[in-house]
Structures are given as structure tokens and as C-alpha cells.
Design a protein around this ligand. Structure first.
Ligand SMILES: Cc1cc2nc3c(=O)[nH]c(=O)nc-3n(C[C@H](O)[C@H](O)[C@H](O)COP(=O)(O)OP(=O)(O)OC[C@H]3O[C@@H](n4cnc5c(N)ncnc54)[C@H](O)[C@@H]3O)c2cc1C
Length: 445
């Protein structure tokens, strides 16, 4: 049987390879690291997590919780690893980054049907079937080849990374441990700010020196990952109603909600590394040091990883591809991950899984059955395959699901109802197409 070539051993590529190999299809992964690396990756491991360690909420009535529940029904592999490498973060699924990528690397490298070749793919001249899953930081050579293949300008935006702090260097007397509304096990370290301290921070952020994008590029940011100084530029209170909101975080020392709160989330299993939640930034390293050291409790903090911005490319998928992420011009070529216009770790994993199901269907000379519209995965797939004037990446959100508001129904009840409906539909999909899920390593979810 021909091998499937998977270009890029990131989140989407490893999920796709693992899914195919567990269905008895041999796979070869081309991964360019360590020979060629990106501005965000730090290791040579597969499925490296480049920024926050959070895979977001697990609550089924939230969009990301629903996406996870559907992925579990489809037998997602990387979500299982995320749970193995889980660190405490309330209702969020947060992972120890190193442990996560270490486990995925070991499983993939030991899989009898997967070969990993460390080399950069420079063009589209690949043996088919193939899945291109080279991510938002695709190597320049392949990026140019994709640009001419699409016969249109590359689409792009900027993504920002938040700084991480050495937990031992934080003043233990300043913060308090709690999860918002006491959901979870007090997993966050919260630094309370009074009004004066908040205004001081806003002033510093507003005048901090930033790294500017290239002169020929507009600074287009992804709305749910805005740099902190860009949020500040929208108004002095925007940050206090955004990432620094104090709601549900009563300070046990005073018994009241602070004026604003900076949250730090555990990023390593031993708790030594804490990430500044919502503090993604394009400030220069010098400015980051100055701003962070001005925050109460962080005066002597050691910054183990500085925040940064990165250009993030994606394809005009609705024009380029038919369902599911299948190139219109080159039969047997699929795309997966962030370059398809899905945004977020779990969304990229999902896209890898769907590409694998589509390739698997093609190998068996079948069409992949259409995913139900009322599921989060079906809705996201609809989004990335529907042509629009200004195609932009999308993460899972309840607004994508078709649903009529019922009289007198509150938001929480509506989301719970939509979520139940979606899970039922996805369960039905799985039961209706057993051949698609007849993998050799796991029983049906
Ligand atoms: C700076 C930055 C910060 C982000 N922060 C977050 C965040 O906090 N939360 C979130 O949910 N999402 C975030 N994202 C978005 C996205 O979820 C991640 O980038 C995710 O890892 C994308 O998954 P992927 O599989 O598409 O690509 P990746 O995981 O990046 O995998 C692509 C792989 O392909 C390899 N590769 C690239 N070109 C070639 C080539 N030519 N030949 C061979 N191999 C190649 C790369 O080395 C890499 O291993 C961020 C993205 C960026 C760029």
C-alpha cells in the first residue's frame, strides 16, 4: 500500500498521521526541525505547543468544551495525550508543554506504520496522497510554492505570545490562589491591583516600546489573541474588562474583589513555570522587563520566556479546496491545521483528524460522509469551505451553530441544549459510518 506523506509534524500533522496509521495506512512525516526552525518553536519535538499551555475549557456547554466532546467521539488521539500531560487549571485543559510533545514524539516515532524524516519540504512536488500541515509558520520556500499554487496573495495576520515567569521568583505574600467563581481547585495565582496600580500599569503599557511589523505589512491581529498594548490602546478600562477582569476573584486577605487582577497559570507539571494569562505582547524585551518588574509581587521576577509576535499565514481555503480540505487542482492533496483557516490548538488537531478521515475515505474509493451541520466540527468545516470576500481564520464558537432562540430561554440553557444536540448528532454520525472509525487500536468512543 502507498504511504501517505504528511508534511509537518505539528499538532494537525501528528494527529492525522496517528489516525491513518491506526487504520493500517503507512505514513511518512516530513518535519523540518531541527535543521530548519521557526521563530516560535524551541525544540525538535513533534507537536510542540508554541504559546499558552491551555487547550481551553472542558465544560460541554462552552464551544471549546463541545469541540473536545465531539473529538472524543471521533477518537481523537492528541486530546488523550493532553489529558495525560494535564496540569491543574480549573475547568481548562492545560498541559505540561514538554511532557505533551515528548509523549506525542515517542508514540509517533515508535509507531510501526509511521516513519519520521527530518527534512524541509520546499515545494508541492510530493508523492500522493499527501497532507500539508506545515502550520502558520510554514517554511519560506514552501510558503512561496503555496502562494503560486493559490495564484493569490498569501493571507496573514499576527499572533502574539505571552511571557512566562519563574514561579520561585514571585513574592509569595502578594498574590492569592483562586479560580474564578471558585470553579476548579484554586489553580491560578492572582495578583490583585488597586486603581492606582492599575492606572500605573496602563500608563506603562501605553508608552512601552514595541517591535514593529515590516513596513510593507499592516499589523493585522487575531481578535482573540490581541497584544496587551493593543487592548490598552482601545481605552483605559478595556484591559480591566478583558484579560485583567476581577469578576469572581475575591481576595481572601481583604474579602473584596480587587480593581483588576493579573492571573498566572501553571505551565509545567512541577509548577515552576507560570504564564501571564492574556499578556501576549509585541513589546521589546527591555520594555517587557520594565513593565513586568513594575507589577506588585513581580519586582524580582525572572522572565523565562519573553512574549513575542509572529506572522501567521493561512490559505484562502474556500477558493483552493473542496470538502474536506482537499485541493481542487491536485487530486490526493489535502491541507490540515492552521493554514486551513482554523485558529487554536484544538481546532488544528481537529482539522488534522478530519483530513485523515478524508484521506482514508479516498483510499477506500469512498466520499467522506458529510458531517452534521449542527455539530461544532461540522459548523467549523462549513465556515472554512464557504467562500467570503474577506476570509479570516475562525476558532470554535457557539455563534457558528445553527440554533433558534427559544422563548424565555437564557444563554446558558441555550448553549447546553445546543451542545447536547451537537453531541447526539456526532454520536449518530459515528454510528452511521462504522467503516470510517474501524481503527485497529481503540474501541469506539
Ligand atoms: C506565535 C503563535 C502563537 C500561537 N499561540 C496560540 C495559543 O496561545 N493558543 C492557541 O490555541 N493557538 C495558538 N496559535 C495558533 C495555532 O493553534 C498553533 O500555531 C498550532 O500549533 C498550529 O498547529 P498546526 O499543526 O497547524 O501547525 P504547527 O503545530 O506549527 O506544526 C507545523 C509543523 O510543520 C513544520 N514545518 C513547517 N514548514 C515545513 C516544511 N516546509 N517542511 C517540513 N516541515 C515543516 C513545523 O516545524 C511544525 O512542526 C499560535 C500560533 C502562533 C504562530
Amino acid at each position: 500500500m502507498d504511504r501517505v506523506q504528511v508534511i509537518g509534524g505539528g499538532l494537525a500533522g501528528t494527529e492525522a498521521a496517528w489516525q491513518l496509521a491506526d487504520r493500517g495506512i503507512p505514513v511518512r512525516i516530513f518535519e523540518m526541525r531541527p535543521q530548519v526552525t521557526t521563530s516560535a518553536h524551541r525544540t525538535d519535538r513533534l507537536a510542540e505547543i508554541v504559546c499558552t499551555n491551555s487547550f481551553k475549557s472542558t465544560l460541554p456547554e462552552t464551544s471549546s468544551g463541545l469541540l473536545k466532546a465531539e473529538l472524543d467521539l471521533l477518537g481523537c488521539r492528541l486530546l488523550g495525550v493532553a489529558r495525560e500531560a494535564r496540569v491543574p487549571a480549573g475547568h481548562a485543559l492545560a498541559v505540561d508543554r514538554d511532557e505533551f510533545s515528548q509523549i506525542v514524539t515517542e508514540v509517533i516515532e515508535k509507531h510501526p506504520l509511521i516513519e519520521v524524516e527530518r527534512r524541509c519540504q520546499d515545494d508541492l512536488d510530493v508523492d500522493l496522497p499527501a497532507i500539508i500541515a506545515t502550520g502558520p509558520l510554514t517554511a519560506d520556500t514552501l510558503s512561496m510554492a503555496l502562494q503560486s499554487h493559490c495564484s493569490s496573495d498569501h493571507l496573514y495576520f499576527y499572533d502574539a505570545i505571552a511571557p512566562s515567569i519563574d514561579a520561585e521568583t514571585i513574592d509569595p505574600d502578594v498574590g492569592f490562589r483562586a479560580s474564578r467563581y471558585d470553579k476548579g481547585d484554586a489553580d491560578y495565582l492572582n495578583i490583585p491591583l488597586n486603581e492606582e496600580q492599575y492606572r500605573d500599569l496602563i500608563g506603562r503599557l501605553g508608552s512601552a516600546e514595541v517591535v514593529t511589523p515590516h513596513a510593507f505589512e499592516d499589523a493585522k491581529y487575531f481578535e482573540s489573541c490581541l497584544p496587551v498594548e493593543v487592548i490598552v490602546a482601545r481605552g483605559p478600562d478595556t484591559l480591566r474588562f478583558g484579560p485583567l477582569k476581577p469578576r469572581g476573584l475575591r481576595n481572601p486577605k481583604t474579602g473584596i474583589e480587587p480593581y483588576a487582577v493579573i492571573q498566572l497559570r501553571q505551565e509545567s507539571r512541577n509548577g515552576s513555570l507560570l504564564g501571564m494569562v492574556g499578556f501576549q505582547t509585541r513589546m521589546t524585551y527591555g520594555a517587557q522587563k520594565e513593565v513586568i518588574h513594575s507589577i506588585p509581587g513581580l519586582e524580582k521576577a525572572t522572565i523565562l520566556r519573553y512574549g513575542s509576535i509572529h506572522r501567521n499565514i493561512f490559505l484562502n481555503l474556500p477558493v483552493l479546496c473542496e470538502r474536506y480540505q482537499r485541493d481542487r487542482a491536485i487530486p490526493g492533496l489535502h491541507f490540515a491545521g492552521q493554514i486551513c483557516g482554523v485558529e487554536g490548538y484544538v481546532e488544528c488537531i481537529m482539522s488534522g483528524l478530519i483530513a485523515a478521515l478524508s484521506v482514508f475515505s479516498g483510499i477506500g474509493h469512498r466520499e467522506m460522509p458529510l458531517l452534521p451541520d449542527d455539530t461544532m466540527i461540522g459548523a467549523l468545516m462549513n465556515y472554512i469551505h464557504t467562500p467570503t470576500k474577506n476570509f479570516q481564520p475562525m476558532n470554535s464558537n457557539m455563534g457558528l451553530l445553527p440554533s433558534r432562540r427559544q422563548r424565555g430561554e437564557g444563554k446558558k440553557d441555550r448553549y447546553t441544549r445546543m451542545s447536547r444536540q451537537a453531541i447526539d448528532s456526532m454520536r449518530g454520525y459515528r454510528e452511521a459510518h462504522p467503516w470510517l472509525f474501524d481503527d485497529r487500536s481503540r474501541s469506539a468512543a
